[in-house]
Design a protein around this ligand. Structure first.
Ligand SMILES: Nc1ncnc2c1ncn2[C@@H]1O[C@H](COP(=O)(O)OP(=O)(O)OP(=O)(O)O)[C@@H](O)[C@H]1O
Ligand SMILES: [Mg+2]
Length: 249
């Protein structure tokens, strides 16, 4: 069973053809990594999966997108997004809510927590899982503007986790985080596989090698190479993949 299936997906924005026939299947309870150079279409693919692409002016999507067995292009986007959590490349905590509420609101949306006590437990669990609990536990009722960029990103990760969504989309979740915490977060991401399917963008082949079950290399809106992570890393078929792994592109 696949958590997400893309079949011959195309995205046009204005006059540009930015996704050019992408087909890929993401197995349930796995970590699937999208790699590729800047501008290749990774974020756009994530936005197709949770229909944030609807917010892009003039975007047109064709092909088939199934998420948890549902036709994502026909589904109610709000219902879909309750089942598909996302952490964007640029952290976007809700500025007018406290740190606590930023996470609690996600738990409330999906009815994850019944009552205040359970809500507090989910918030603490999510903040711990996102490796930020120690840094915020004494200022849960402050607003997120007091946090650093990397802390905001981990807060957004906690918000996505608190939804207990079955599909999680992470767009470079460790981009603003120091290497020690990045490694810890990778551990946390791997542990999410028990309950969810993770699709993650990273620019780091090393990170991909550590966390991915499968990887796809995206280039100019197409899948250049795709497969089990071990195979792609040990035995890349495409010359471009080899160069990308070596950091030459
Ligand atoms: N709202 C938009 N309007 C027009 N073009 C867009 C829009 N969003 C993205 N694009 C174009 O689509 C292409 C893919 O962008 P996308 O953000 O998906 O790349 P990416 O692989 O995530 O890159 P990066 O690694 O830099 O985040 C780029 O050429 C970009 O300029
Ligand atoms: Mg991107």
């Amino acid at each position: 069973m696949h958590a997400v299936e893309l079949e011959d997906v195309h995205v046009h924005v204005g006059g540009q053809h930015i996704i050019r026939g992408v087909t890929l299947n993401v197995p349930c309870n796995s970590v699937y990594v999208l790699m590729g150079p800047s501008g290749s279409g990774k974020t756009t693919l994530l936005r197709v999966i949770n229909r944030l692409i609807d917010m892009v002016d003039g975007a047109r999507v064709s092909g088939h997108v199934r998420v948890l067995g549902i036709d994502a292009l026909k589904a109610d986007p709000y219902a879909l997004r309750r089942r598909v959590g996302m952490v964007s490349q640029i952290p976007n905590p809700f500025p007018h809510m406290t740190i606590y509420d930023n996470v609690a609101v996600a738990a409330r949306i999906n009815g994850v927590a019944r009552g205040k006590r359970e809500e507090g437990e989910v918030v603490e669990w999510a903040l711990k899982k996102a490796m930020i609990w120690d840094e915020v536990k004494d200022r849960l009722h402050e607003h997120p503007h007091v946090l650093s960029g990397g802390q905001k990103q981990r807060l957004c990760l906690a918000r996505a986790l608190a939804m207990k969504a079955k599909v999680l989309l992470f767009d470079e979740p460790t981009a603003n985080i120091d290497p020690v915490n990045a490694r810890k977060l990778e551990g946390a991401i791997s542990s999410l596989k028990d309950d969810a399917t993770v699709i993650m963008v990273t620019h780091s082949p090393h990170q991909a090698a550590r966390v991915a079950d499968r990887v796809a290399l995206i280039y100019e809106g197409r899948v250049l190479e795709e497969g089990a992570a071990k195979e792609v890393f040990l035995n890349p078929k495409d010359e471009f993949t080899v160069k990308f792994m070596r950091g030459e592109i």
